[in-house]
Design a protein. Sequence first.
Length: 159
Amino acid sequence: MEYLHTMVRVSDLDKSLDFYCDKLGMVEVTRKESEQGRFTLVFLAAPQDLQEADRETAKGEAAASAVSFNTPMIELTYNWDPEEYTGGRNFGHLAFRVDDIYATCQTLRNGGVTINRPPRDGRMAFVRSPDGISIELLQKGEAKAPEEPWASMENTGSW
């Protein structure tokens, strides 16, 4: 069995792409619009996962195959007819390994994203997408030494 992707329904595609791509740093891999089904699917991947797919492609696999089968992705599903999505917390969370937990959180904070669970321990933080999906950020490798302002920052809301 292979992990393929996680589908998340979004209420505002532009806001979601701003969050996932512009603020979190993911890359749009492919997009499909269905006039008949009245929805848009956007598949996103983390840059380092795309680099791994590129390495597989260099070994002789077709590019589409490498991205489709070797890259974990998030599928944003935008239904054109308005729907209200509640209970993002019921979903659980998405998790990403990051090179520098403090720099990532600062970039998100600078972009107006609330850090719901700051990385006080230098290892883990939580934020939320515009649709309330909980996003866990984990420090790559060992935890970083505690640093301000994160070490003394309180939780905000639920995560």
